[in-house]
Design a protein around this ligand. Structure first.
Ligand code: GUN
Length: 301
């Protein structure tokens, strides 16, 4: 078999960000300054790192970022109040609520409070529903990034059998919806699936999003499969901390045609698509305003 291709998420993310930067520059020419508000409740160390990276990346591409760090004892009411103010602020185009939230906060209520137009994570039921109907909505960033890598690696996805391992709202379910939209035949495996290996071995494309370090080895994979590893698991490696995916990379390499490494695979794509969604949200909001103002100007008033 040929040497497996290592799918370079850093290079792909750089391509996406280049287009984002160009779009931001055009928006600046029209006096639109795309802005992303990021809300972090509490001090979860991993979330703090993610938020810092999102803010840094936004600045690099010319998107204004507004950070709201709230204490871990913030009430749901207080958080809803902040979201309402950000929704009403026409200088803010995207609102991202970093997950997980402290257990006492009503997560669903908070996510539903974000205006669907500003929901750059694609977690609002309006966007979730639109995605499953095949409408052009703001779609979740990680699955969008995975789809981009798959199209770049495989070209045409039509008719391919894709197996998604994991059924989270953030990755598994929207990933399945995006793959269906790309005309794949999709199977979703989860903790209650009997004999998941046997089903996975039928897949042309495997998306691993379970959050269990190195769970998927060569015995799960058909020769020539393309594997996208969404897992980012921190593991102790002889005293040193190291990131590993949900796929046993060395074992998988003996079977696959292509695979994403961890780190450097899916990770950079999530932030790139967050930036892309922020620009899309800014464009949509300003187009809506323009057509509104045109409608007002051409009306009989
Ligand atoms: N926590 C882990 N992944 C994500 C994500 O994609 N969006 C948000 N808001 N929080 C997360």
């Amino acid at each position: 078999m040929n040497t497996p291709l290592l799918i370079d998420g850093k290079a792909a993310a750089a391509q996406v960000l280049l287009h984002v930067r160009e779009a931001v520059a055009r928006l600046h020419e029209h006096d639109v300054q795309p802005a992303l508000a990021v809300i972090l409740v509490g001090s979860d160390p991993a979330s703090q790192v993610y938020v810092r990276n999102k803010v840094l990346r936004a600045e690099e591409v010319g998107i204004r970022s507004l950070e709201h760090h709230l204490p871990s004892d913030t009430s749901t009411a207080h958080l809803l109040d902040l979201i309402a103010r950000l929704n009403a602020d026409c200088a803010v185009h995207g609102v991202l609520l970093q997950l997980p939230l402290p257990a006492h906060i009503d997560e669903l209520r908070a996510l539903q409070a974000i205006s669907p137009d500003k929901d750059v994570d694609g977690f609002h039921s309006e966007n979730v529903g639109g995605l499953s109907q095949g409408r052009a909505v703001l779609a979740p960033c990680t699955p969008s990034g995975c789809l981009y890598l798959l199209k770049q690696t495989c070209g045409d996805l039509r008719g391919k059998h894709a197996v998604v391992i994991g059924r989270s709202n953030i990755v598994g379910k929207p990933m399945a919806a995006l793959l269906l939209q790309a005309d794949c035949s999709v199977t979703v495996l989860h903790s209650r699936t009997p004999d998941p290996q046997a089903l996975c071995r039928q897949a042309d494309i495997v998306i691993a999003a379970v959050g269990r370090p190195r769970m998927i080895d060569a015995s799960w994979l058909k020769p020539g499969a393309v594997v996208i590893d969404v897992g980012i698991n921190r593991m102790d490696d002889n005293g040193a901390s190291r990131l590993v995916g949900d796929v046993d990379f060395d074992s998988a390499l003996t079977r696959v045609a292509a695979i994403t490494p961890v780190p450097g695979g899916v990770g950079p794509m999530t932030i790139a698509f967050l930036m892309k969604n922020t620009v899309t949200a800014a464009l949509n909001q300003h187009q809506a305003q323009r057509s509104l103002s045109e409608a007002v100007c051409h009306s009989t008033y």
